[in-house]
Write a protein that binds this ligand. Sequence first.
Ligand code: ZN
Length: 233
Amino acid sequence: MLLQSRCAGCDRPGVPLCRTCRFALVQPSRRPPGATGPADHRVISAVPFTGRARDVVLGFKYRNRRQLAGHLAGLLVNRLLAAGIRPGVDVDVVTWAPTSPHRRRQRGFDQAQLVAEQVARQLGLRSRRLLERDGAQPAQTGRGRVDRLQGPTFRIRPDVAGRRVLVIDDVVTTGATLRSAAECLRGAGAIDVVSAAVASTPGGLASRRQRWGEVVTGPWPVDGTGAGVRQSA
Ligand SMILES: [Zn+2]
């Protein structure tokens, strides 16, 4: 019996990602990249975590649509190149913010790792596991907001010193995970760290960018309201 493929965004039978959902993902990135900050404090993301794009990312993350990794990675690579990131110059290795071992066992894969591997391939770079979740910390989802602002702690793998690292996460909400990962990597001697995510909550990061010193590069206005990004799903 053949398992019929269904769209990750709308569950329509046929293909892993239907034309409507594919179009909804690329539509926002027709706008030029937004403001950029110092390379060590920004998060570059491909799509807003709203509307149809959010459905697709959730399908990838929770409904085991791992075949979408290459497509989502392609969108992120476009954003990275549009933001002026030069592979081999600004970044020389790609890694990811790993999910907790518990979540990884539940899902059978680490979605951030899948995207990072595809991003590396498309940029002509190597992907390497440079970070490990420290201890038995719970995953970010399901924790309280205050807790989540602290971010998880990571252990670092050797061979980070002197590298320019691109660190990938799937969805960025508070930015705490990527910030924590970047601090770890710098602490271990990385020359530069570029943080990127497939999707970001438009209001989430913007309202705290003063606190974290982050600037979100995205195809939508970063004014905390998310205006202009909501799509009718
Ligand atoms: Zn669809």
